[in-house]
Design a protein around this ligand. Structure first.
Ligand code: SF4
Length: 325
């Protein structure tokens, strides 16, 4: 499978405080991964781990402080602006915020067709819209003439996905797409992502705090903590045999994502988060049950253990370990 997206040591730094006493918060710290067509890649971790900031940089909403994002395949390199608008589409957390309650839902679909010149007549536009709605289990007849309040959260999320499919994207970024829909229909949307991955050969960058849905979607996963990748590998291996103490803890309990958090909003950093972001050595040392003296003074490197990358001093001396960064 050809790579469609690669991040190379992607880094985002924010500054807090006054000019005289400024803290430097590395919200995303040298994050590197590659995505291929037809692959799900999950960024997982609790609120404030840097996963959404990573996605915002890929979407062009934020400029990286350092590092590089490579869009497209070798033989099909696209300018980032083309990627932002056509090759990458995004589905956001709250479907009710995506649609204006006073505007008919079909207006958004026709607007996308018009903006990207996807049809030459209204009949052609209706045909295209109907095909994309059918791909998500709906039809144009069910949507025509109706307002957002006449749909459930799950239906609105499906319409939002259908809208993003209109341009035949190579990559779909889904930021907590099921966290605000009823539990009863959550799996049907996750199943829809699986189907889109298989039938449309689309890459899906799935951002979540919910490890159960990540496990079900498969592919590969990066567990993030305070801007850094702690563990990265095949999702089944990482979640069934977690090596990093943070992944082990995360598997047992993970705080709910804050639903008030806005996609485009500035990051907010709580006191404990700030302390962890600024920590020297391992960022997880303050909470780690296996912390050692070295962890408080030296940052561990990512090492490769049987195909899984782990950032932890527990593994650096193992004979089978090969340093990867
Ligand atoms: Fe725990 Fe040390 Fe590993 Fe960090 S480096 S996760 S503190 S054992």
């Amino acid at each position: 499978m050809q790579p469609i997206l690669e991040t190379r040591s992607l880094t985002k730094v924010f500054h807090r405080g006054s000019l005289l006493a400024r803290d430097r918060i590395v919200a995303v710290d040298s994050v590197s991964f590659t995505m291929r067509r037809g692959e799900v890649f999950t960024l997982a971790g609790e609120s404030g781990c840097g996963k959404s900031t990573t996605a915002r940089m890929i979407l062009g909403f934020e400029q990286p402080t350092a590092g590089e994002i490579v869009y497209g395949q070798d033989e099909e390199r696209w300018h980032p602006k083309v990627w932002y608008t056509q090759r990458i589409q995004a589905v956001f957390q709250n479907p009710f915020e995506t649609f204006n309650p006073l505007r008919k839902v079909e207006g958004y679909l026709f607007e996308t067709v018009h903006n990207y010149k996807l049809a030459s007549s209204r009949a052609e536009a209706v045909e295209l819209i109907n095909a994309k709605l059918e791909a998500v289990g709906l039809s144009y007849g069910e949507v025509q003439g109706r307002y957002p309040s006449e749909f459930s959260g799950g239906q609105l999320q499906r319409i939002s996905i259908a809208r993003s499919l209109l341009v035949d994207p190579s990559l779909l970024i889904a930021d907590e797409p099921v966290s605000m829909v009823d539990a009863s229909i959550r799996m049907s949307i996750v199943n829809l992502f699986r189907r889109l991955r298989d039938e449309l050969d689309m890459g899906i960058l799935y951002i979540t705090h919910d490890l159960a849905t990540a496990y079900y979607l498969g592919g590969r996963i990066a567990i993030m903590f305070r801007g850094q990748t702690m563990e990265l590998g095949p999702v089944q291996e990482v979640l069934m045999h977690p090596r990093h103490p943070y992944t082990q803890l995360l598997r047992e309990s993970i705080p709910e994502a804050d639903p008030r958090k806005k996609w485009r909003g500035r990051i907010t950093i709580a006191e404990t988060e700030e302390e962890e972001y600024l920590r020297v050595g391992c960022k997880f040392a303050g909470r780690c049950p296996k912390v050692m003296e070295i962890c408080r003074r030296q940052e561990p490197q990512l090492v490769d253990i049987e195909g899984v990358q782990v950032k932890c001093h527990l593994y650096v001396d193992k004979l089978s370990v090969k340093e990867v960064s």
